[in-house]
Design a protein around this ligand. Sequence first.
Ligand code: ZN
Length: 137
Amino acid sequence: MNKELSKNAQEANTYQRYVELGGIINENDYNSAFEKAQKKTVFNAAGVKQAEEIARYAGIDLNGTEGSPDKMIALYEVLRSDVNSDISDIRLFREALRMLGEVDALNKLKAKYHTNRPAGTYCPICGQTRYNEDCPS
Ligand SMILES: [Zn+2]
């Protein structure tokens, strides 16, 4: 992982901004996840595949604006393994996007999984079956 990019991301994304985007992870876990993601060099193939599949389904380009999917995938993997195993993968994916302040990608995720999901199904993020409500955490 490129250390410069990670450093910049950490400066640009504060815990306050994360909470404003609806983040549900506490500040200690948030800081520790960024630190661990930054040091991460070994990726779990299953985790990478999962992140890529969620991204592809939602139409999110993990290459983002900085030309590398590593940062997002590293965060997602750290959250999956360290933070809370009670939170579903799709919700951890959303937390990683919130941590990176990726508003466009968050909107795409919600549009695909919540707003435009097939009739008669429930949203895997919030678990609601109705359509007229927002997608809360
Ligand atoms: Zn939802």
